[in-house]
Design a protein around this ligand. Structure first.
Ligand code: HEC
Ligand code: HEC
Length: 449
């Protein structure tokens, strides 16, 4: 019910907005160009709205055929189902799924079921309940594929798994979707480690399955190492895991290079992650991966040029709509009472003067318009993660919506636990001579973005 109202409501608002935009542009364009151009404008706008809707669906539900990897090769579905439901091991109960940081979309739950859960009449310790949730398409980013006898036959993952959160409106971990938010609760390493067969990783990296499992378990919540299958590097020189944090996928419009280390544009990264990290079935080309000193695994396995017959390609045709959808995700504004407004106003002045932050984090993008990459020595940190990418630098992070991902820390690897630690680092490294009150003001400003 709620779901219906919700989507009808959204559709009404969307079309009302569209009408308003159309009629303004109608009047203006008609005056300027006459009727012919008007039609083109209408078509463009309608197409854009359609593509955003389509992109939303892809972002949330499309596996790009990656169930052939997660289910077909790793047999992850068997670990989820458990031996009582035709799988292996104890299975994954909803309680366990939530503790691994998976999220449940309350809008996908029928009203009756919501009532039953509220009254404590649903067994959240039973993996069979997880299977029921998967059938309802309610586990965010995880797509269960069932056979005619309702057995879980395979499982795939979607973009939403790592780049969504929920608002916890129903219960912790259960609520309305928040697309684009970084899932800093998600322990994807532990989830993958639970798969019965890790041979594909072991073969690729030339190690045994236990080693792969240990690496996956070392990541911890909020981190995923997409670079593992490219360079096989697993620990940093200081002995900590190499996996970077999951960043948000909102606030990307106007930002040139993406990922912590600036691999490329949004669509480059979407294709890379869909094909090389998610195991989707699609074409991918990036000659930079032939560099065997930087990307030994990718170079040895021809990941620079993954070919597939056009009719089998489940990725390429989806890139335009997926791109537009991500660009439409604006960084959410922080709740008004979540920071000190006056201090934030003072902090803004310091950001744009004495502290010199604005030189790189150029408002309102908060990254450089242009080639937004800095050398490690420009920000006073080590080069390890930078050197795992083609440009050997760190992309200046766009700072909007910082408040949504304070868990897991800041910078690509979360090395700074708090915003104060970040400011302290800059204060020392740039010799800024900030007073304690100025540092505090800067922190409040960061929280207000
Ligand atoms: C298993 C977790 C996972 C999945 C699934 C995933 N991503 Fe990511 N994503 C990450 C991580 C980790 C990074 C950071 C990579 C880096 O910097 O090396 C990232 C980076 C990104 C970025 C760059 C953000 C920025 O700040 O520039 C975008 C955009 C993005 N992902 C979109 C997607 C889309 C679209 C999909 C689906 C096709 C997807 N991701 C699937 C984990 C994931
Ligand atoms: C020379 C360019 C440069 C300057 C000056 C600079 N930054 Fe940064 N900033 C970066 C880069 C590059 C990163 C990404 C580092 C990483 O991911 O490891 C970053 C990351 C950050 C982050 C972490 C974002 C996240 O999502 O984890 C914050 C917060 C931040 N900067 C705030 C500031 C503030 C406040 C100032 C002024 C005191 C400042 N920066 C000055 C380039 C700069």
């Amino acid at each position: 019910m709620i779901k219906k109202h919700h989507s009808i409501g959204t559709a009404l608002v969307t079309s009302a907005l569209l009408m308003a935009v159309l009629s303004t542009s109608h009047a203006e364009t008609k005056q300027m160009y006459g009727k012919k151009h008007l039609k083109v404008d209408d078509t463009n706008l309608k197409t854009a709205v359609q593509m955003i809707e389509e992109g939303k669906h892809i972002f949330r539900f499309d596996t790009f055929g990656d169930e052939s990897f997660w289910g077909g090769q790793l047999r992850l579905h068997e670990a989820i189902a458990g031996k009582d439901n035709g799988g292996v091991g104890p299975g994954v109960s909803p309680v366990m799924a939530l503790s691994l940081g998976l999220k449940v979309d309350v809008d996908a739950l029928p009203k009756k079921l919501r009532k039953k859960i509220k009254r404590g009449r649903v067994d959240l310790e039973d993996p069979a309940t997880t299977l029921a949730l998967l059938k309802l398409n309610a586990v965010i980013g995880v797509k269960g594929i069932f056979d005619p006898l309702d057995q879980l036959e395979s499982v795939g993952i979607t973009c939403a798994l790592c780049h969504s959160n929920v608002d916890d409106s129903f219960a912790p971990g259960i609520g309305h979707r928040l697309d684009g938010w970084a899932s800093r609760d998600l322990n994807i390493g532990a989830i993958i480690a639970s798969a019965p067969d890790l041979t594909p990783f072991a073969t690729l990296l030339g190690v045994d399955q236990q080693t792969v499992r240990d690496v996956l378990l070392s990541w911890g919540p909020g981190k995923f190492d997409d670079g593992l299958v490219l360079d096989g590097r697993v620990i940093k020189p200081d002995g900590s895991p190499a996996a970077p944090l999951i960043p948000p996928a909102f606030g990307l419009a106007g930002v040139n290079l993406h990922t912590w280390t600036g691999w490329g544009g949004v669509s480059h990264w979407n294709a890379l992650i869909a094909v090389l990290a998610m195991g989707g079935e699609g074409r991918f080309f990036d000659p930079r991966l032939r560099d065997s000193s930087k990307f030994p695994v990718a170079a040895a396995h021809g990941f620079d040029d993954i070919r597939i017959e056009p009719k089998m390609d489940k990725v390429t045709a989806k890139l335009p709509a997926l791109h537009l959808y991500q660009l439409s995700l604006t960084a959410p504004k922080p709740p008004e009472d979540s920071f000190d407004q006056l201090a934030a106003q003072r902090g803004e002045k310091i950001f744009n003067s004495k502290a010199q932050c604005y030189v790189c984090h150029v408002p309102p993008l908060f990254t450089e318009p242009g080639w937004n990459i800095r050398k490690p020595e420009e920000i006073g940190i080590d080069a390890f993660q930078a050197e795992r990418s083609p440009d050997s630098g760190y992309r200046t992070t766009p700072l909007k919506g910082l408040w949504t991902h304070t868990k897991g820390g800041f910078y690509h690897d979360g090395r700074f636990a708090t915003l104060s630690d970040v400011i302290e680092h800059y204060n020392e490294f740039f010799g800024l001579d900030l007073e304690d009150t100025e540092k505090n003001d800067l922190v409040e400003y960061m929280k207000s973005l």
